[in-house]
Design a protein around this ligand. Structure first.
Ligand code: PRP
Ligand code: MG
Length: 165
């Protein structure tokens, strides 16, 4: 952890599924959406859950890289959104962009510029990036690092007595 005072928020698969489904419920009344654009890689899982719950069959991705573990670099677009989604948007299609979280908002800013009329949703939001997101479920403090289920494993912890079990 880069900052020793940083709080951590570990999220299990079960909780992430519940929170992603809660996001789908929130979005259900704002649709219907014609396509979902997942921001890879973190947006892939919530986008799949939202697409299933809202019965959206057109699922596209944009690959954006902005962190090496906990250190943010500039945003690099590694894979662009495909042309048919831009066509759909031009013809008035409703596009939903999904990511796992917004932190500084830098990734959201870059992707929003690609599809200005799209609805941008994340499962979690930190205060700095919150204004970039149209719909999110849970706000966490700026000094919290969210550990997603794909970054975690079940591990041994020693007894509180400090002895060996
Ligand atoms: O609001 P920001 O400060 O831009 O941070 C949020 C972005 O950072 C993480 O992605 P990352 O770039 O780590 O790539 P990954 O999704 O492939 O892990 C996360 O999945 C968001 O996309
Ligand atoms: Mg990401």
């Amino acid at each position: 952890m880069s900052n020793p005072n940083q709080k951590s928020f570990p999220v299990t698969w079960d909780q992430f599924h519940r929170d992603s489904r809660a996001l789908a419920w929130r979005l259900a009344s704002l649709g219907p959406f014609d396509a979902v654009v997942a921001i890879a890689r973190g947006g892939l899982v919530p986008a799949a859950i939202v697409a299933r719950e809202l019965n959206i069959r057109t699922v596209e991705t944009v690959a954006a890289k902005s962190y090496d573990h906990q250190n943010q670099s500039g945003i690099k677009i590694l894979k662009e959104i495909s042309q048919p989604v831009f066509e759909l948007a031009k013809q008035g299609g409703k596009i939903l962009i999904v990511d796992d979280l917004v932190d500084t908002g830098n990734t959201a800013r870059v992707v929003r510029e690609m599809l200005p009329g799209a609805h941008f949703a994340t499962v979690y939001a930190k205060p700095k990036g919150r204004e970039m997101v149209d719909t999110f479920i849970t706000e966490v403090s700026q000094d919290t690092w969210i550990f997603f289920p794909w970054d975690l494993d079940v591990a041994y912890v020693a007894p509180i007595s400090g002895g060996t079990d």
